[in-house]
Design a protein around this ligand. Structure first.
Ligand code: NAP
Length: 271
């Protein structure tokens, strides 16, 4: 029986990169998406192929759910229960940027509400549902989980935030505020869940090449070439995927509530 990872927003970009790293590590996957079913199906098929190359046999099931909606979050957890009967890893990855970058002196409430709903409320309450189920799993004395031959025995939660949690971009204040709020999720759940043996982590990506950053590619090409990041390249979804895989494979067992910067050194203060 494989361990199971539920990844929100795994149809494209960083979530897809995470799925492609977990598949060859032998994780069964729930590939969540909001509207792009074709992309989710492609991720699923590519994960099966990547697992085969790694000598593993896995399942990767797609599930449409808008994480900002309570009923959809419940549906996503129920889908995972019905398909796999267990949950070893929740990855809160799905997130959106503002449709239009607007100066904070002009920006409206609609975009703010949308970003808070998807980027904060969604992962906050999905984590609540997942954590309750993980605790229930750990309390079930004869559960399949306990008899597992797998090295994965402690469920984990990973949330993908952003360098925007602490970097002021005055033309997308709503995104920065949402990511700063999201960053509180990890210490909260880490403190609450440690007694149950559930470790909780934040991955803080820098500038990553995905559809989200497509519209600002030229701007960031120049900033990176001019030395914005000590490691002078775009991050790739696989860079985030490898960090999540290290957590998933239990390589940080005595760390919880930890922020892991995957940003080419963007966060370093330099003189
Ligand atoms: P992306 O390429 O735009 O992909 C977004 C993913 O999230 C897609 O799979 C999308 O599904 C899904 N999604 C969007 N809204 C959703 C909702 N309401 N419910 C469920 N799924 C939803 O974005 P990305 O660049 O990979 O970003 C992924 C995460 O990393 C986000 O939280 C983002 O804030 C964060 N991040 C990105 C960067 C970067 O430079 N790219 C940097 C720091 C942090 P569909 O395919 O169905 O639309």
């Amino acid at each position: 029986m494989n361990p199971v990872a539920l990844i929100t927003g795994a149809s494209r970009g960083i979530g897809r990169g995470i799925a492609l790293e977990l598949a060859p590590a032998g994780f069964d996957l729930v590939v969540n998406y909001a509207g792009n079913q074709a992309a989710a199906e492609k991720t699923s098929a590519d994960c099966l192929a990547a697992a085969r190359v790694g000598g593993k046999s896995i399942r990767a099931e797609i599930c449409q759910a808008d994480i900002s909606l309570s009923a959809d979050r419940a549906k996503l957890i129920q889908f995972t229960r019905e398909q796999f009967g267990r949950l070893d890893l929740l990855v809160n990855n799905a997130g959106v940027a503002p449709n239009v970058r607007a100066d904070i002196l002009e920006a409206g409430e609609e975009s703010f509400d949308r970003l808070i709903a998807i980027n904060v409320k969604g992962p906050y309450f999905l984590t609540q549902l997942a954590a309750r189920w993980m605790i229930e799993q750990l309390r079930t004395p004869h559960s399949a989980l306990r008899n597992l031959q797998s090295a994965i025995c402690n469920p984990k939660i990973v949330t993908v935030s952003s360098i925007s949690a602490y970097t002021a971009s005055t033309n997308r204040g709503d995104y920065c505020v949402a990511k700063a709020a999201l960053s509180m999720l990890t210490p909260l759940y880490a403190a609450r869940l440690a007694e149950h043996g559930i470790n909780v982590y934040e991955i803080r990506p820098g500038i990553i090449a995905t559809d989200m950053t497509g519209p600002v590619k030229e701007k960031y090409d120049k900033l990176i070439a001019d030395g914005l990041t000590p490691i002078k390249r775009w991050g790739q979804p696989a860079d985030i995927g490898k960090a999540v895989a290290a957590i998933a494979l239990d390589l940080l067992p005595f760390s919880t509530g930890e922020v892991i910067n995957v940003d080419g050194g963007f966060h370093l203060r330099r003189l």
